[in-house]
Design a binder for this molecule. Sequence first.
Ligand code: S3P
Length: 414
Amino acid sequence: MRITGEIRVPGDKSISHRAFMLGALAHGTTLVRGALESLDVLSTIKALTAMGARIEKKGDEWHVTGGGLHEPESVIDAGNSGTTARLLSGICASIPGVTVMTGDSSLIKRPMARVIRPLTGMGASFLARQGRFLPMAVRGGGLHGISFSLEVASAQVKSALLLAGLKAEGTTTVTEPSLSRDHTERMLKHFGARVDRQGASVTIHGPQEISAREVSVPSDPSSAAFPAVLAAAVPGSKLLLKDVCLNPTRTGFIPVLERMGARIALQNIHDDSGEPVGDILVEGCGLRGTTIGGDEVPRLIDEIPILAVAACFAEGTTVISDASELRVKETDRIGALVKGFASLGAQVEERPDGLIIEGPLNPKAGSVQTFSDHRIAMSFFILSRIAGIEVNLDDTQCVDISFPGFFSLMEGCL
Ligand code: S3P
């Protein structure tokens, strides 16, 4: 088996959420092309509609008419989407009135104190289950700017504060220990806002009005990482991934795969709607182990499950560290990976902040529990295809959270 050809994975999830949110905050009608139409993004669209945005699909384009958001009539359900819950808290904090928000059985267990604390410092008030979980109620309006240093690099928290800061009186500055994805900063600028970066800090001066724009959403590098690993792990493969977002805060998996021995070329690089975009050509050779940690982790945090699969086929040791944030994603992804590998007869060492994988592992056919986590499901599907073994997944529907059409697109490459 060799993986060859050319594919385009669906639109970027992070950029799609932000395009709808900024479109809903902006005056006028924003046109969004190439948006990801996955369950997570639909949660954002439904929430913004309940808050007064008009969001309609016309042909291939979404039209978002915003500028007059208000408190919703009933409870907002963010579903499985941490990005919806956390970014929207920043928007709700700036709107006079009360918003009540909840989510599915995974989201209600994920930490919200990281947004509650700084948004409270800006003047919003929260009532949350145990003070830190959904469901929670936000009373918004009358915000003032603050300076806040994040303990953990998080684009969701940074973005919540920037979106609140857009409408707050005065200056809001967010400082991160290492740079997380910067789509919010880029898109705010694209919509005409003034945002300044100085080293690890980003500042927005409020209150500001933004106006409608056109946004083209590139393909999601986090989705492209699945076929990229499939091609990288199968010697003789040559796969072209078209129109992928090449924002350097997202492409940390590319140098990792190169260190592991894959040949990767970036082609046709250009700018679109404030984001670098291009094609990724992946050629598979034998893989070797590598070390993943430190500042590169925020640039590949969502790709660690599929990189762990690559490590399972690599010669030698792969050490993944500084990734304890994986424990509070859609599921505890470190635990889910260790259990998943073990169900296939492959032992890996679990660390509080990562994994040690002594490859190659030679996994055997078996059943894997996905914990209804889209990236765990897709990672073990790719593992099954590289190894040429049957892997039974307890939930395949969950891939619709970020990558509708995943199975048929991947089967088409085989
Ligand atoms: C996202 C930020 C990351 C990432 C998530 C999407 C975003 O989460 O894991 O899938 O769109 O801002 P954190 O901000 O919690 O690191």
